[in-house]
Design a protein around this ligand. Structure first.
Ligand SMILES: Nc1nc2c(ncn2[C@@H]2O[C@H](COP(=O)(O)OP(=O)(O)O)[C@@H](O)[C@H]2O)c(=O)[nH]1
Ligand SMILES: [Mg+2]
Length: 494
């Protein structure tokens, strides 16, 4: 009574030939302690993506301010912290509504009565943890589990204990608990879990709190989820099949089409072995934590990309319109400083010409026209970001005065040259003068307006490219979803 579970392929780790150690006990069994090539490749890819997202966030912060990247750095640090704690252990949380049998399933998997089971609800108020193997202290501290709430299963002899080595199973309070603090505890632990086992039962499987508050918003993480319909012993087999079908249809409406759905009875033992096998494979694959972290990072990258805004044109096109904005600005300044009239006068052989640097009001007009052009072309918040990097009108005025200092058409041509070459000599002089003025104006506009604008646009394009790469890699040929569908992120039923 299980939704078909595909082979995720390539996730099975290679055994460690050196005979790895847990504490001082050799673990030469089916549970390899070193990452397989697949696991280390995925880890390397994830670390590189993490670096990229942090770099993108830093670039954006430099341009748009802290608020634009709110939470990105802390989310990345959280993921790095989890990865730093190692992939040898897999944190699986059991969660769901009151009385569905979470604690009973926990005990059935643990093979002992450790979690409090109760007819009076809600019973579980603090997370109870069962650890298979050792070396988990740092992880348990990170999870915030109190010492009296965890128990260790360690044996090199008992098969069912050996196969779960590396598993950290957490029994959580109820997601629909009315008791204060229970929901908060659950919500705090969800981001820390490598895998989530959602437990429901024939009475509660359509509950809004489960579907609307948790499953639908978390559908992107379905690759790290398992859904369990517990208490099937309370139904006739035919009814159990139809409830399971109904639940599967509801999950599809939530956006979950790949997560395994199991039917269990914690008290009768039905489906418990299947669930145990699934957890064993997820733990053994040693990619479960990496894949969950990758999904979390994808969510962060996607949020950042939305905040940053998507470009509608390539950077080359942006360069083109910035160049033409520069030409317009130079033309306006040329007119404001009297150069356009002076050039005409010189061409007509008139003297003297007077050219003065543009005034503050004129520079302001040029700056505002520039900004309007920017705001028309780039989405918020990049327009204001460019505005902040442009030089002030005072600064531009000062630079223009400096640049225009000493500009002159040069000495008047001799009477002989005028006589011999007629109007040609005036045209040449006027053109030379015009070129000199335009070069001086262009140098100032380029430094104070064009270069800062392009620098921001290039940062924007680079940020988008970086985030696009991270997000497309997540869907590319090497990704979990492309290999085996999101279900592979459980690490794998194989
Ligand atoms: N018939 C039946 N009863 C169950 C099953 N699982 C749990 N229960 C009972 O349901 C009640 C609540 O169980 P508990 O594990 O505390 O649920 P939790 O609140 O989800 O942790 C207890 O009386 C259990 O004995 C099951 O699979 N079948
Ligand atoms: Mg409980």
């Amino acid at each position: 009574m299980t939704r078909t579970v595909p082979n995720p392929g390539g996730t099975a780790p290679a055994p460690d030939p050196a005979g790895p150690q847990v504490g001082n006990v050799a673990v030469a069994d089916a549970v390899p302690r070193h990452a397989s090539t697949d696991a280390s490749d995925r880890m390397a890819e994830l670390l590189s993506d993490l670096r990229s997202v942090r770099r993108a966030a830093r670039t954006v912060t430099g341009r748009l301010g802290e608020e634009a990247v709110d939470g990105v750095e802390s989310a990345c640090k959280h993921l790095l912290h989890r990865l730093d704690l190692g992939v040898d252990h897999t944190v699986v949380v059991i969660l769901g509504g009151t009385g569905c049998g979470k604690s009973s399933l926990f005990n059935a998997l643990a093979g002992m009565e450790f979690a409090e089971v109760g007819a009076i609800r809600p019973t579980t108020s603090r997370p109870a943890v069962c650890v298979w193997g050792d070396g988990t202290d740092r992880l348990l501290r990170w999870l915030g589990v109190e010492r009296d709430m965890w128990i260790q299963r360690d044996s090199t002899l008992e098969e069912h204990i050996k196969e779960l080595r590396g598993l950290i199973l957490v029994d959580l309070p109820d997601i629909d608990s009315i008791a204060p603090g229970h929901c908060e505890t659950v919500n705090e632990l969800i981001p820390l879990a490598d895998m989530l086992v959602w437990v429901t039962d024939p009475v509660k499987y359509a509950d809004r709190s489960l579907h609307a508050r948790y499953l639908t918003p978390m559908r992107e993480h379905e690759g790290s989820m398992v859904v369990v319909l517990n208490r099937v012993d309370t139904l006739q087999p035919a009814d159990a099949a139809s409830v399971l079908e109904d639940l599967t249809a509801q999950l599809a409406r939530d956006g979950l089409t790949q997560a395994p759905v199991l039917a269990t009875s914690a008290v009768m033992g039905q489906g418990v072995e299947e669930l145990r096998g699934l957890l064993a494979r997820a733990t053994r694959s040693r990619t479960t934590s990496v894949l969950r972290a990758a999904t979390q990072l994808r969510e962060v990258a996607s949020g950042l990309r939305n905040a940053v805004g998507q470009s509608t044109e390539p950077i080359a096109a942006s360069r083109e319109w910035v160049e033409s904005a520069q030409a317009e600005a130079v033309e306006a300044l040329r007119a404001f400083c009297g150069a356009a009239a002076a050039v005409d006068a010189l061409a007509a052989g008139l003297e003297p010409v007077s050219v003065a640097p543009p005034g503050m009001d004129q520079v302001r007009v040029v700056l505002l026209t520039w900004l309007q052009c920017v705001l028309d072309r780039v989405p918020p918040p990049w327009g204001p970001a460019i505005g902040h990097t442009l030089a002030s009108s005072q600064n531009i005025c000062a630079r223009l005065s400096e640049a225009m200092d000493g500009v002159s058409p040069g000495p008047r041509p001799s009477w002989l040259a005028r006589l011999m070459r007629r109007g040609q000599v005036h045209r040449e002089r006027s053109l030379r003068f015009d070129l000199d003025v335009c070069e001086r104006l262009t140098a100032v506009v380029s430094r104070t307006m064009t270069a800062p604008t392009l620098a921001v646009l290039e940062d924007w394009a680079a940020t988008q490219a970086t985030l696009g790469e991270v997000l497309s890699r997540a869907q590319g040929p090497g990704s979990r979803s492309a290999e085996s569908g999101p279900r592979g992120a459980t690490g794998g039923p194989d």
